[in-house]
Design a protein around this ligand. Structure first.
Ligand code: ADP
Ligand code: MG
Length: 305
């Protein structure tokens, strides 16, 4: 199939049309009429074969994850996803592969009312670059540089599951199809001071907040939420280590001042989240057990370079 036929057959097939999209796929560029009184929030992430996924991974999962990691970044800003572009480099135009890829991509896009408005298709080693655009009321975005001393630190759901899946090739859903925490992120503006999504591991990602906000933190490792799979399969120490250092969970970590704790409780009454520590004046990240004992971390977060 020819390039333009492929675009028509696979990428123009999303059954979703947002009203602000004046012009979607098919011209030299897309046109959006930005919503009034909103700011746009824009993020890009690339997924490269053998780095972020394996060549024999299911194309459905690759399509799903390439969008999920971008929606997770929007969630971490507190934004509502709306539009997305997709630049795809493929070794060959395998139609079966493209169909499954698009199914995975569009399942998630439709779930979050996000319209594919353009992209690119080229030949080469498999790689996928997605740009996701969301919106948020003016001045409401959750940034890494706004944590304050005394804030309580929270994480969503459970940590370490993707790391467990990768290392033990078991319970792979969380690794292959991470759920971007958009619904929680959208509730946090006005309540949380700072937020980040946990893509490289809690320790590494929380440190970004600490550095940008010029503060420190204490984490009580016994309070980190762990799934039953993790606690049933691993010794406690190992489970905590994965939760602290393994990446790919795509949960949110956010900080909330004491005066907003009641509002947080109301806003997130239908969601799972847990307080794991506090922002401190003393710089650096202190890891300890509730009995006061220090937790010694052996491995650090994943780093590409
Ligand atoms: P140009 O050469 O002007 O950049 P292209 O031939 O690359 O345009 O693309 C034609 C149209 O198809 C453009 O609107 C582009 O945004 C869209 N498009 C190309 N590849 C994709 C893709 N993978 N997903 C969505 N839209 C795509
Ligand atoms: Mg052009």
């Amino acid at each position: 199939m020819h390039e333009f036929a492929l675009i028509k057959e696979f990428f123009e097939k999303q059954n979703l049309h947002r009203p602000e999209v004046i012009l979607g796929i098919g011209d030299d560029a897309a046109i959006i009429s930005p919503p009034a009184n909103k700011e746009l929030v824009i993020t890009t992430d690339s997924l490269v074969a053998e780095v972020h996924f394996f060549l024999n991974d299911s194309p459905y999962d690759i399509g799903y994850k390439s969008l999920a990691v971008n929606l997770s970044d929007l969630a971490a800003m507190g934004a509502t996803p709306a539009w997305v572009t997709l630049a795809l480099t493929l070794p060959e135009a395998n139609e079966r592969w493209l169909k499954d890829f698009c199914n995975g991509f569009f399942v998630l896009a439709n779930q979050f009312n996000t319209q594919l408005i353009g992209g690119d298709l080229t030949k080469g080693p498999l790689s996928i670059t997605v740009t996701a655009i969301g919106h948020i009321p003016k001045n409401a975005a959750l940034r890494r540089d706004k944590a304050e001393i005394g804030d309580f630190i929270f994480v969503t759901n459970t940590l370490g599951d993707a790391g467990y899946a990768l290392r033990f090739q078991n319970s792979l859903e969380k690794l292959k199809r991470p759920e971007p925490q958009v619904l929680i992120g959208e509730k946090l503006p006005g309540i949380a001071n700072a937020a980040i999504d946990i893509s490289d591991g809690l320790v590494g990602d929380l440190k970004h907040i600490l550095e940008k906000s010029h503060v420190g933190a204490t984490i009580f490792v016994d309070d980190i939420p762990l799934s039953k799979t993790l606690t049933d399969s691993l010794p406690k120490e190992k489970a905590i280590e994965l939760a602290l250092t393994a990446g790919d969970d795509y949960e949110l970590c956010f900080t909330v001042p004491e005066k907003q704790l009641e509002n947080l409780k109301k806003a997130l009454e239908n969601f799972s989240y847990q307080c794991i520590g506090k922002i401190t004046e003393k710089s650096g990240l202190a890891l300890q057990y509730k009995n006061g004992e220090t937790y010694v971390l052996k491995n650090q977060s994943y780093q590409h370079f």
